[in-house]
Design a binder for this molecule. Structure first.
Ligand code: GTP
Ligand code: MG
Length: 390
């Protein structure tokens, strides 16, 4: 085998396979691909799944000294290009021979990929960050973003820190934080009524979040708060909000048609903050989303917050963002962070939504289980570096 021929490594987990790569090819090996393979067990005991990693040894001429960040070989840019992730173009290999060799390597990897045999191309993950890359995938961070984050880490960690897990964790947290945008808490100015509406799919926590926001605005900020519900589909929904309104001692008005919403807002009397709770809409139900748009067009809120549950999968979160886009939401509220096993998918969703996160909710408790979004904290939560509850 020539020293530059890609080699394959199989193990029960990606982490294990990557550590074999590191042991065999060293810290600057280039990971070319990963895939799942099934192996028959002996004695007819069914099959077992293995992870296969294809890796190539580093090229002395293009790789930095050991421990220094590996420069990426050129890859097509991902369509998921978060605005805040400023990629620097990887330096081009200088030698034509190397270009040629890499070109051929890419062709064969592309071919394998087209044939469905390699699921993830990770040409530019240096082996010393392979564990970090595997961790990001474990957290459900979308693959192209995981690759890009690892490259940012590779570029930002000093060579002498490359073997310090704390330095890598800190760089990763900074890279993730850079990729998140957050909004300040709702600003309630006494005497100037601010109207804020929460929208989103069914059961994500809109009403509970309205109650948390209302209680905090009244109890901590001393604002005069009123609630409006346009959820008249279910009597129980109006009753749920009415119960909170009574406990917190707030005025509540109900709007059962778009042309009633301005009346409902003025029924609240003089308030500094009016929070509008809306009925959950299935992202598939375009008619109901249009109806909601009619309510909002009449109410003309100062802010519309789209509520997303961290428990939902990446695809359904993207679908929600897309389907609710015509409502013109300006903020995202991420709920149920306490219930989700992994938060990595949120990273891609928040980037793609292109709207800042305003609040995180971390439990059912009213009014305590809510935090104003903070970039560094959210990054730490996503990476599992901090727990939801300290
Ligand atoms: N674990 C956890 N549960 C939450 C959180 N926020 C809300 N819930 C729970 O989720 C459930 C649904 O909450 P609601 O506030 O009624 O949700 P909704 O979006 O108003 O629901 P619809 O009006 O039916 O669309 C309730 O049991 C809440 O207690 C949270 O941050 N964490
Ligand atoms: Mg509700």
């Amino acid at each position: 085998m020539s020293p530059t021929t890609p080699r394959t490594y199989r193990a029960g987990t990606l982490k294990e396979a990557l550590s074999r790569v590191r042991r065999d090819l060293g810290g600057s090996a280039v990971i070319l691909g990963t895939r799942e393979v099934r192996r028959r067990r002996l004695l007819g005991l069914g099959e077992r799944e293995l992870i296969e990693v294809t890796a190539a040894p580093p090229d002395d001429r293009t790789h930095p000294p050991q421990g220094a960040p590996l420069r990426a070989v050129s890859m097509p840019r991902s369509p998921v290009a978060p605005a805040a992730l400023h990629e620097t173009d990887p330096p081009r290999p200088t030698r034509p021979a190397l270009d040629d060799r890499l070109g051929r390597l890419h062709e064969s990897v592309d071919e394998l990929s087209r044939a469905g045999r390699i699921e993830h191309l990770v040409v530019d993950v240096p082996a010393w960050l392979a564990g970090t890359y595997a961790h990001l995938l474990d957290l459900d961070v979308p693959e192209p973003m995981a690759r890009r984050l690892v490259r940012i880490v590779a570029d930002s960690v000093e060579p002498d820190e490359a073997h310090q897990p704390e330095a890598i964790d800190a760089a990763l947290r900074r890279a993730v934080a850079l990729n998140l945008s957050v909004a300040p808490p709702i600003a309630g100015v006494p005497g100037a009524r601010r109207v804020v509406a929460l929208v989103g799919p069914t059961g994500v926590g809109k009403t509970t979040t309205v109650a948390k926001l209302a209680a905090n605005a009244k109890l901590s900020l001393g604002l005069r708060v009123g609630l409006v519900t346009v959820d008249t589909y279910r009597i129980a929904a109006v009753e749920q909000l009415r119960t909170y309104a009574e406990i917190i001692d707030l005025p509540l008005a109900v709007a059962d048609a778009p042309d009633r919403i301005l009346g409902a807002l003025s029924d609240l009397g003089p308030v500094d903050l009016a929070l509008i709770d809306t009925a959950g809409r299935s992202p598939r139900d375009e008619v109901k989303i249009r109806e909601l748009a009619d309510f909002l067009a009449m109410a003309r809120p100062d802010e519309i917050h789209l509520v997303l549950s961290a428990v939902s999968g990446e695809k359904s979160l993207h679908a929600v963002v897309e389907r609710f886009a015509p409502l013109g939401f300006d903020r995202l509220i991420l709920t149920k962070l306490d219930e989700a096993d992994r938060l990595g998918a949120l990273l891609g969703v928040v980037s793609r939504a292109g709207r800042p996160v305003s609040y995180l909710t971390i439990g059912q408790g009213v009014p305590d289980d809510i935090e104003s979004a903070d970039r560094d904290r959210l990054a730490a939560l996503i990476l599992g570096q901090e727990a939801v509850f300290a």
